[in-house]
Design a protein around this ligand. Sequence first.
Ligand code: 5GP
Ligand code: ZN
Length: 143
Amino acid sequence: MTSHPTDDGCIFCRIVAGQLPCFKLMEDETTIAFMDINPVNPGHALAVAKGHWPTVDVIPPEILGDVARTAQRVAKAALAVLKPTGVNLLQSNGPGAGQSVPHLHVHILPRYPDDKVRLNWVYQPGDKKEIEAICSKLKAALE
Ligand code: 5GP
Ligand code: ZN
């Protein structure tokens, strides 16, 4: 019996349930980590909530914390074993952010010299008035 929400049509729910194979790294009560089947770089892995929560705004915060802990464990293993020059943790929410599997997960993405991964951007100073205005709106929503 599962104590978390599931979705029969979801690829990651089916991996969690053992109905689809994966290259599993580890699992605990609330999370699982496995290799990404379309690796952007060698060692590309995913830390995944066992329950079907699509995005960061709906997952219970304690489960999000569990996913972060699992992502950290996998990142540390990748750093120790693969010796990349860095690791990105990436978590996308919604198609507008490039999320293709609507089941919350964190990418653990080892980086290597001259890889062709494009995630980083060049600093450009923002408009202070605009930053301040958005800050005020967000602060109000956080009160
Ligand atoms: P997103 O685009 O949602 O942030 O990332 C979804 C990731 O899941 C992609 O990197 C994609 O390669 C990976 N993925 C999609 N289907 C499968 C699958 O069946 N098995 C595994 N291991 N990874 C998958
Ligand atoms: Zn799911």
